[in-house]
Ligand binder design. Sequence first.
Ligand code: XMP
Length: 310
Amino acid sequence: MNYKTFITEQVEAIRRSVGDGIAINALSGGVDSSVVTVLAHRALGRQLKTIFVDNALMRAGEPRRVVKVFQDMGIPVELVDARKQFLQALKGLTDPEEKREAITRTFYRDVFAKAVKRTRATFLLHGTILTDIEETVAGIKRQHNILAQIGIDPQKTYGYQVLEPLATLRKDGVRRVAGLLGLPSSITGRIPFPGPALAARIVGEVTEAKLATVRAATAIVEEELQDTGAFQYLAVLLNDYATGIRKGKREFGQIIVVRCIDSVDARQATVRELPWRTLHRLTRRITAIPGVNRCLYDLTPKPPATVEYV
Ligand code: XMP
């Protein structure tokens, strides 16, 4: 495929579809939604409203960092603070599917619906890629095509049409386009990060305190493992506690699991053999997080495990 032609064609197609209307898109900072944002901004300029929703589940400094990348490219992004709504929706939930559903529901029914009303958008631009469509059809992924999944017909409910400019590309194609569009390597080379964000990495109830713990561990893991070139690396907070000793006193502390995998497309994954030196450093830094007294390295490939824990 000629990616330069792809860009020209998609910009034109977006312009043609939206006409003199308003389009909205939600940016997550992932490569797909970032590419959609740049394409749509080229096509629509001020007729495009891009929002970044802070759902309280992001990594350290992520909302501001992503907004700044786009501001630096001259693309305005509105940061919507929806932390309270998401935390409220997650309160008391421990079942993985219920947690995921609460996040999807809060995003579409509460936060995004309001933004659509406020901006009077009649088009939604979505970063769906070919693999998403194939996996949805094959029943591998549950969380794509989200509106239909939770019984919402966007045209009927909100009066907007969905545009999917990346629907013919796979991830490698999206990365090529991202490079041609001038997106920085912090976006084009970003490791995968799930839609439910850190909620996918807390087993059991998601609370602000647990988010703070897993966020701190995530920052350490990403810093220590960024040079490995592995497909994905992450930290998970378990719902169990273990006895430990700190400053001569016994404590019942939290447990963090570190995962570092190699994969092509996340459908199968093998575990990276990290040097002991690295594992020891991770353990030392992670057990310095208040309340955490154990650090485990997950040796399970996919299958039988999945990448995420929730
Ligand atoms: P699993 O845990 O299913 O993850 O082995 C496979 C890959 O997908 C990512 N992942 C998600 N990405 N929304 C996303 O956009 C999600 O709900 C989601 N769940 C998992 C995961 O990080 C891994 O790269």
